[in-house]
Design a protein around this ligand. Structure first.
Ligand code: C5P
Length: 400
């Protein structure tokens, strides 16, 4: 079997001596669940924290720990194991293991097969805060970065030793996400992507405003997927309360007018513009600086149309490759195609507003010059990756 979005088949999961080794059992289970063939290699120290039988039961393979293992016919377990692997993930990776790796030492099976590898190596550090912060560990990490060994984490938080700080191993779910992200095809390497996301907020007075129920989830997932594909991402976002996608340049705005200005400043640089934001169609003329006092009369708000940010961009002399979204509650494809034509878009993404707003799982219909493509119901992260793949294909086909 092959892992869907990355093409990975076989992975060596290295486990070194640390309390977090107990979490490696869950990690192994999640990797197997994603369709990977997982071969566990433990250090002597790891076996003090967790038993090999656990991993054998989860992965369906015997665990290796010894350089002199007689089960390997040619007596070269390190070569045998690393030769068949598409990746090595060491989790938890102790301070001692990172030090050995930085020096290129090979005094046990795991360090030896890391040295003898012909595939990417990723490590999830796990150690006490002071060990993590120590100049020696930091020196080793700099050396490992030069050697293109990827570090996943660590996280900050409560530690088994009672301290709080950096050094906690990332949670298994997080590690699997990061591993998947690392192996996404780099279809947009070096491409500059500008995006809008989230709702806008149009002030009525000092404390009230008009907004909509856009969560920003799709836009943020798309920003992440573009980053994973190797793009340089700038995200202009309305108020969402979502965590900033790591590696993106983020500009926070409130109103549609501010969003337009932020896009105008950056659009000259962009190769691709993706307008995911649910921009308010109207803003309030003359919002009150103070809170409007309640009284018995009818209150009339005067609304004026907001600028269409996407239409502004496509009207430029040499616009970037533009992608629009159409959230509709009826006649989905018909309205979306009309919008695509009106805004001169090579691609529009249609979704049913009733199912899409705030939810984690959506179906998307892509409309482009070649017709319609359905991205069957899936979580927003999966949809974002599929959509970036489609955008990259169209964009790369147009490149000289
Ligand atoms: O609101 P509408 O359905 O026209 O949105 C279609 C596309 O246009 C979306 O991609 C949205 O982000 C973009 N848009 C915009 N500025 C507006 C309205 C919509 O960029 N004022």
């Amino acid at each position: 079997m092959e892992h869907k979005s990355t093409g990975l088949k076989r992975i060596v999961l290295g486990i070194t001596g640390g309390v977090a080794a107990y979490k490696a059992a869950e990690l192994a289970r999640l990797l197997v669940k994603r369709g990977l063939d997982v071969q566990v290699v433990m250090t002597q120290a790891a076996s003090h924290f967790i038993g090999a039988a656990t991993f054998q039961a989860i992965t369906g393979h015997p665990v290796f720990a010894d350089l002199w293992d007689e089960r390997v016919d040619n007596g070269m377990a390190h070569i045998d194991l690393s030769r068949g692997a598409d990746a090595i993930l060491v989790a938890p990776a102790s301070a001692d293991f990172l030090a050995k790796l930085a020096q290129g030492r090979a005094d046990d099976l795991l360090t030896t097969l890391c040295l003898a590898r012909d595939c990417p190596l990723l490590a999830a550090p796990a150690m006490n805060r002071q060990m993590w912060e120590s100049p020696a560990t930091q020196r080793n990490l700099a050396r490992l970065a030069e050697d293109e060994i990827a570090m996943l984490g660590p996280a900050s938080g409560e530690q088994a030793c009672g301290e709080t700080g950096f050094g906690r191993m990332l949670e298994p779910e997080h590690l699997v996400d990061d591993l998947e992200a690392y192996f996404q095809p780099k279809r947009l390497k070096g491409v500059k992507v500008l995006m809008t996301a989230g709702p806008t907020y149009e002030a009525i007075d000092a404390v009230r405003g008009i907004t909509n129920r856009s969560s920003g989830k799709m836009g943020y997932a798309l920003a992440r997927a573009a980053l994973e594909a190797g793009a340089e991402v700038t995200l202009v976002t309305g108020p969402t309360g979502m965590a900033t996608p790591e590696g993106a340049q983020v500009q926070h705005v409130v109103s549609a007018q501010q969003m337009l200005e932020a896009v105008e400043v950056r659009i000259g640089e962009a190769d691709i513009f993706i307008a995911v934001a649910a921009v308010a169609d109207y803003y309030v003329l003359n919002p009150s600086e103070n809170k409007i006092k309640k009284d018995a009369h009818i209150l009339t708000l005067e609304l004026a149309p907001n600028p269409d940010i996407l239409a502004n961009v496509t009207a430029k002399a040499a616009p970037p490759f533009c992608v629009g979204f159409a959230a509709e509650s009826e006649n989905l494809e018909e309205y979306a195609e009309l919008k695509r034509k009106r805004k001169h878009l090579p691609l529009i993404v249609a979704n049913d507003v009733k199912e899409a707003i705030g939810s984690d799982s959506v179906q998307l219909i892509l409309l482009d010059d070649a017709g319609r493509h359905v991205l069957e119901q899936a979580d927003k992260r999966t949809q974002a990756r599929r959509l970036i793949e489609h955008i990259a294909r169209l964009y790369n086909a147009r490149r000289p």
